[in-house]
Structures are given as C-alpha cells and as structure tokens.
Design a protein around this ligand. Structure first.
Ligand code: BV8
Length: 253
C-alpha cells in the first residue's frame, strides 16, 4: 500500500523543498526488496548454519578460506540475479533533484550503481564491493588468477589467497571513504538513514555526527532501531514504497 503524500509531515516536505545539502546512508534493507537478504535475515540452505558476522572476518577466512570464499560466491550468484528496486531508483531521482547530494552505503552489492546512483553526485562505499577481489597478503586488487582446484584462488604474484574486497568485521574501513563520509555528515542539512539496523560501527555513528552539527535526521525503516528514538522524523515502512511517495509529496507526481 503506497503511503499517501499527505502522510508525510508538512514541515519535512517544506524542508526538502528548500534545503540544499542532503546526505543519505543506506544499509542492507534498501536491497531487501530486490531479493537480497539483509545481514540480520536468516540465511538459507547450507549457509543457514552460519552467522554472517562470524563468516565476514579475516579470522574465519584464515581458518577456512574455501568456506568463506564459497559463501561469497553464493552471495555473488544471488546478487547477480537481483535488480535495483523502486527505492534505489528514487535515490537516483533525489540525487538529480538536490544541488548537493551524497550517498553513503554500507552495501557491497553495487545495486545503487546499477540504478544510476553516483553519476551526478558522490557515492561512497564504506564496506567495499563484493564484485572486487584482492590478495589477502598484498591487499592489491586482482582481476585474474590461476585456478588451483581449491575454492579460494591464489594470487598469481605471491601465492596468497584471493579474497573479496569488502571490509570484514575487525577490519578498518577505507580511510578516504570514512573521512569523506564523516565530512559529509558534518555538512549535511538533512541526513537520511535508510534500511540499516544502526548496529554496525562506525557507520552507525554518522547520523549522530550529522545531528550534532545541526542536521535534521530522517529514518526510513519498517522496524525500530537504536536511532528511532533520536531521529527527527521516523518514516516507518519499506524504502521501496516510502521513497517514491516522498518524492511525489515534495516535487509532485
Ligand atoms: C572497525 C561487508 C576498527 C562484509 C560489513 C563500537 C562499538 C561496538 C562495536 C564496534 C565498535 N567499533 C567497531 C566495532 C566492531 C564492529 C561492529 O560494529 N560490531 C557490531 C556489530 C557489534 N565494527 C567493525 O569491525 C568495523 N571495523 O570498526 O574497524 C577496528 C579495527 C580492528 C579491530 C577492531 C575494530 C567493520 C564493520 C564492517 C563489517 N562489514 N559488510 C560483507 O558484506 O560480507 S557490515 C554488514 O552489516 C553489511 O555491510 C551491512 O550493510 C552492515 C550493517 O548492517 P545493515 O546494513 O544495517 O543490515 P542489517 O541486516 O543489520 O539491517 C537491515 C535493516 O533494514 C533492518 O533494520 C531492517 O529492519 C531494515 N529493512 C528490511 N527491509 C527493509 C528495511 N528497511 C527499509 N526498507 C526495507 N524494504
């Protein structure tokens, strides 16, 4: 059921019609309507016995590189069948509408880019990208390697294992992206937190940085999160429904 335009607070609509600098932080929930399970969703089949937070670590990869590599291959296959949804496309529309717009994503699936985000504004991937791979030892991006019969391929230069170029738990985020995200949050007039449980740091601190610097914080999520009690506005529902309706309420059909 699409939210009616009148369901949005008039003050928020008025603010979005006049403000200049919008920053959006997205999480796995934005890809949920594309059929990509979120981090908190139960995994299916063979992978249901594993906790993603346990698998997405350098320790898990060092213990069993083939298991972790196969988990990413399973996710890549699943994501390859996913298409951007109405929420992704609404964010592309917002990127076109606002003079200053930055999209910060925790997602690694490239669905924002597939929808067209990042063409006319900055797109910051905080947690890397599942479609890139790198050497576990040298950290250098790899696009080809020798197949060895093992699941996890080997770096053609040093023989180390190849791993996905994503940020695992207990790994630092890329410094350039993190700094740019921090600065964007500090300068934003309105900061949207969309489809994220707000449990993973340091991304979860960004809405608070924005709020401390005077931004109005808007959360879009069907469920309550730790941010819900602190956000200026909470739009309870699915991103794929709320974002297109919000665009219509602010700029007309
Ligand atoms: C680091 C890539 C320094 C891999 C991911 C401070 C306090 C506590 C802990 C820490 C802290 N600082 C650091 C930590 C440790 C850790 C952490 O935060 N742990 C938490 C969980 C306790 N953080 C780190 O390790 C980070 N590194 O800080 O470096 C350091 C260095 C050395 C040693 C120690 C520290 C690195 C974190 C990055 C981890 N990598 N992804 C991969 O994908 O395989 S995180 C992973 O979780 C995904 O990126 C995912 O996006 C992200 C966050 O989850 P969400 O996106 O929020 O997804 P989630 O499933 O949780 O929620 C989805 C939401 O969507 C839900 O609320 C749901 O209701 C909603 N939803 C569902 N459908 C919809 C919807 N919303 C809208 N519309 C819908 N249709």
């Amino acid at each position: 059921m699409k939210p009616a335009a009148c369901e949005f607070p008039l003050a928020l609509i008025g603010l979005l019609q006049t403000c200049e600098f919008i920053v959006v932080l997205t999480g796995a929930g934005v890809s949920a309507e594309s059929g990509v399970p979120t981090f908190r969703d139960a995994q299916t089949g063979f992978w249901s016995q594993f906790d993603p937070q346990e698998l997405a670590t350098p320790q898990a990869f060092q213990r069993n590189p083939d298991l972790v590599w196969n988990w990413y291959e399973w996710r890549r296959e699943l994501i390859s069948r996913a298409k951007p949804n109405a929420g992704h496309y609404a964010l592309v529309e917002m990127e076109r509408r606002f003079p200053d717009f930055i999209l910060i994503t925790q997602n690694v699936d490239s669905l924002h880019q597939q929808a067209g985000s990042g063409k006319s504004a900055e797109l910051i991937e905080l947690h890397g990208n599942i479609w890139r791979n790198k050497c576990f030892i040298e950290n250098a991006i790899l696009t080809k390697w020798d197949e060895t019969g093992e699941a996890a391929p080997r770096c053609p230069r040093c023989g180390g294992f190849v791993r996905p170029d994503v940020v695992w738990f207990n790994e630092s985020l890329p410094q350039v992206e993190l700094t740019r995200a921090w600065q964007a949050a500090q300068k934003s007039q309105v900061f949207f937190s969309i489809g994220t449980s707000g449990l993973v740091q340091p991304a979860a601190s960004l809405p608070y940085i924005a709020q401390q610097h005077g931004a109005v914080v808007v959360e879009i999520n069907p469920d309550t999160t730790p941010l819900s009690r602190d956000a200026s506005y909470v739009l309870r529902g699915f991103a794929g429904k709320i974002l297109p309706a919000l665009i219509e309420a602010v700029w007309g059909a």
